[in-house]
Design a protein around this ligand. Structure first.
Ligand code: NBP
Length: 479
């Protein structure tokens, strides 16, 4: 008998099964297409505590009760189909864990369905790709707390470990809290990658740096607060050569996306959080797909224009600009987590989330320790940008972000995520935004009413701006 079951032996499931087994647990594995199971067992089965099942019934019969089964299959309809297959075979108290990239709304729905059958459900974000699945991913579980009590130790055992040895896994809340956290993780990942790409784009358009030189600069930045997995791989990718030539300039500039960035932006829109950097990162990916149109437009319009005499001091400023934009991105990411916590009733705790992102996952970086400290020192921090450490960095680095964004605008180099980070910063630190005029405009054409800043107690008022409109005002509500 096995201590746990796992369904899905594609790249993630196979590696996760090996990871679980390597920590001393016995695993029963099943894959819809049996040939994949046979292949997996022929390569890895010998001498390991792995048992193969040909059918779902056989899988269920091979697992100790109460059973826990991890599903690592394609997200979406396949998960619903698999749950429908397994529900009649399971006993009360058994648990299904979905480790795929589920939309958290689906996880909420599936949790309810499982509960109706006396079964437990965990939606678990898994980050770290193939390598992470094998050696230790960052795990973001949410769902039935009783199920977490049963399987939490195993999940912590197989998870990545932070530099101080702590497991990168923690219970995050009920039903969709884990998958929601993974969604925001991926949204931040979109933003992080876009900021690194814009920095590269600035280097290649405005300077005469070679890929090797760029790689060296990212490697140097990697030693400081910008250090992290994505900075590391950016440096390594830039320095990678095929037949003696840098490979990256030859790669087609059309990017894919699988939905999690879009879900992050949709949630931010739903709760009214300005998640501008992730939004621009997503829109930038959309723009990449218009390759043929971009090539045509590049023949019509001039640009970009290089800078003259870019010295080491300016490259330094580029790093400062990148760090400022990255802080703003994470401030927006934390705001999504905090505000959706209110929206969905989850008690998510930023230090817990930042801690479990320190190892295994794609956005692991040096900055996460500072985020933990910021929100632990002040649990009611309204915005990460104003935490003592981050505010000092922003005060120092924002002038560089301004300079880089201005140079980009002047020279026709698109830096949408950097520019939107700066605009968000400038809006956030502005005591008086032009929404006074906006409210007046809304009242002028739609009688939407406005408040007087120096007399808010007197409530909403409507002005007959033209002398021709009526005195009746519209209802006051926000959607
Ligand atoms: P895929 O997302 O490529 O899915 C392939 C697996 O799904 C195969 O085992 C396949 O079985 C199974 N499957 C399908 Br398709 N339809 C099924 C159904 N109706 N019933 C049962 N099984 C079904 O695999 P992956 O790349 O290993 O990813 C697994 C999950 O982990 C996904 O949700 C993915 O988004 C997530 N994830 C992936 C990564 C990554 O880096 N790849 C990272 C983090 C999370 P078959 O062999 O019979 O076709």
């Amino acid at each position: 008998m096995a201590q746990i079951g796992l369904v899905g032996l594609a790249v993630m499931g196979a590696n996760l099964a090996l990871n679980i087994e390597s920590r001393g647990y016995s695993v029963a594995v099943y894959n819809r297409t049996y040939a994949a199971t046979e292949k997996f067992m022929s390569i890895y089965g010998e001498g390991r505590k792995l048992e193969a099942a040909k059918t779902p019934e056989e899988l269920i019969a091979k697992i100790d009760k109460p059973r826990t089964i991890i599903m690592m299959i394609k997200a979406g309809a396949p998960v619903d189909a698999l749950i429908d297959t397994l529900i009649p075979l399971l006993d009360k108290g058994d648990t299904l864990i979905d480790g795929g990239n589920a939309n958290f709304h689906d996880t909420v729905r599936r949790s309810k369905k499982m509960a109706e059958h006396g079964l437990m459900y965990i939606g678990m974000g898994v980050s770290g790709g193939e390598e992470g699945a094998l050696h230790g991913p960052s795990l973001m579980p949410g769902g039935d707390y009783k199920a977490w009590e049963n399987v939490g130790q195993l999940l912590m055992d197989i998870s990545a470990k932070a530099p101080n040895g702590e497991p990168c896994c923690a219970y995050l809340g009920t039903d969709g809290a884990g998958h929601f956290t993974k969604t925001v993780h991926n949204g931040i990942e979109y933003g992080d990658m876009e900021l690194l790409c814009e920095t590269y784009q600035f280097m290649r358009n405005a300077t005469d740096m070679t890929c090797d030189q760029m790689g060296d600069v990212f490697a140097k930045w990697n030693e400081g607060m910008l250090g992290g997995y994505l900075t590391t791989i950016t440096s390594e990718i830039l320095k990678f050569k095929e037949n003696g030539e840098a490979l990256v300039p030859r790669i087609l500039d059309v990017a894919g996306q699988k939905g999690t960035g879009k879900w992050t932006v949709i949630e931010a829109l739903n709760v009214g959080v300005p998640s501008t950097v992730v939004g621009e990162a997503l829109f930038s990916r959309f723009l990449t797909t218009k390759k043929a149109e971009r090539v045509e437009a590049s023949k019509i319009f001039d640009g970009p224009e290089a800078m003259e005499n870019v010295d080491a001091a300016f490259v330094e400023k580029l790093g400062e600009a990148l760090l400022a934009a990255k802080i703003i991105l994470y401030a927006q990411g934390c705001a999504i987590l905090i505000d959706c916590t209110k929206e969905y009733g989850w008690k998510m705790h930023i230090p817990t989330i930042a801690r479990l992102w320190r190892g295994g996952c794609i956005i692991r970086s040096n900055m996460l320790e500072d985020i933990v400290e910021a929100f632990e020192t002040n649990p009611d921090l309204p915005n990460m940008m104003i935490a003592p450490k981050f505010r000092e960095i922003l005060k120092k680095n924002i002038p560089s972000l301004r300079e880089v964004v201005a140079e980009g605008a002047k020279r026709g180099i698109a830096l949408p995520a950097m520019a939107s980070a700066l605009a968000y910063f400038d809006g956030y630190r502005c005591a008086k935004l032009p929404a006074n005029l906006l409210q007046a405009q809304r009242d002028y054409f739609g009688a939407h009413t406005y408040l007087l800043e120096d007399d808010q107690e007197s409530g909403p008022r409507h002005t007959n701006w033209t002398g021709e409109g009526g005195e009746i005002s519209s209802g006051v509500y926000n959607v």
